[in-house]
Design a protein around this ligand. Structure first.
Ligand SMILES: [Zn+2]
Ligand SMILES: [Zn+2]
Length: 197
């Protein structure tokens, strides 16, 4: 959210000098902040991944695609041991102000914006990206939001993490369940394991 980070995370789209139909691909380092999930902090690794940005010039704006891979490192939701979760971000945005479109399409009436049942044509519809302003792409903000939208519900050290014993707080991964019966709720499966031992 720091203004400086925001400034550094800008890509000058108009400065690319693309004509309608032109496209280009940029590899841009983008700084990512820690994200909070379930009250825990998770650190993107690397913290400054190289983002791939595909830029296409449309009739009056830009079609954009952003891709980057990071791993989020932090405590396992269940056992609190270090865990890492890979995320592949792949998102798209289109920014195409309607005024210029109307001006460029013969017969289009700028005032004719009433509701209708017609399926909007993505080539002519007003599409505004919150990440494009004055020909500048706010890449840092877009990358941050895309990462947050791609977060999993929980981050685990492994799929079948057994977490902590609710009685004594010990890590149950690799522990003998029978040792954590604590005389409570004698689970028949554990009793069976104990007989085998
Ligand atoms: Zn775990
Ligand atoms: Zn226990």
């Amino acid at each position: 959210m720091e203004p400086e980070a925001e400034e550094n995370g800008l890509v000058d789209l108009d400065g690319l000098g693309l004509s309608h139909g032109d496209a280009t691909r940029l590899d841009v380092p983008v700084a990512l902040d820690e994200v909070t999930l379930g009250g825990q902090e998770y650190r993107p690794e690397p913290s400054v991944p190289t983002a791939r940005v595909d830029v296409s010039r449309t009739t009056s704006g830009y079609a954009l695609r952003l891709r980057f891979d990071v791993a989020l490192g932090g405590p396992c939701f269940r056992c609190l041991e270090p865990a890492s979760h890979r995320i592949a971000v792949d998102v798209r945005e289109v920014d195409q102000p309607v005024e210029s479109v109307a001006a460029e399409i013969p017969g289009a009436r700028p005032g004719d914006q009433g509701p209708d049942d017609q399926e909007p044509d993505p080539g002519e519809t007003e599409l505004e990206s919150p990440y494009v302003e004055g020909g500048q792409l706010r890449l840092s903000a877009w990358a941050r939001d895309a990462l947050i939208l791609a977060l999993p519900n929980q981050i685990l050290c492994r799929e079948d993490c057994r977490g902590l014993c609710s009685w004594c707080g010990e890590n149950l991964n690799g522990a003998d369940p029978a040792d954590h019966d604590h005389g409570q709720n004698l689970d028949p499966r554990w009793a069976k394991l104990r007989d085998l031992g």
